[in-house]
Design a protein around this ligand. Sequence first.
Ligand SMILES: [Zn+2]
Length: 214
Amino acid sequence: MRLGCQMPLASGQCDCGKELDSDGYHLITCKTGGGPVISHNNMVLAWSDCLSQLQLHHVKEPRGRYVNSEDRSDIVVFDSASGVDLELDIALAHPWSNELEGLSATTQRAAATRRENLKIKKYDQELLPGGFRPTFVPIVFKHFGCWGEKAEDYLKKLSQLSRDKDGKPNASTFKTYWRSVFSVCLQRSNARVIDRKIKKIVSRDSNININSCT
Ligand SMILES: [Zn+2]
């Protein structure tokens, strides 16, 4: 999927009623059966691991944080540089989304930027106790691997806190390692989502021939 190869098994109808496409677009983006949620939750865990490596205190999905809504950001982490909590919201975006109207073909990370802006707009409405506005960081990954600009900036910022076992700064090693972890986590999660959905569809619909890919 990451290489844009066709998936011969991806034909027939999804449980939501829509037709599947052999590019796997529907399989990876349809929420029926928990698709994107599985990938999203795995990415939240990976980010939590990253923050833990730096011994940064953080809380996942805190309830009742905002006085004017029931929304929960994925992770709240204290930022010692600014002295405030940062609200991290992790999102996945697909470059083929109809909402982009072909923008992905001409603009780098268009899907990620669009999702960042939507998230910023949403969190701009939130209020903390005392009427304070939260400091929000959208962490967006495109399904084919590209990152949103804000996510890139945040990883860079975190990398500057990293030290090797001798206490020397090792920002470059930190960034390379965690970029790989997040990338593999997303692709493994996507593969798991596709595998799970295909198996369910195959067991439901005998018109799909599972042997076609062997
Ligand atoms: Zn569907």
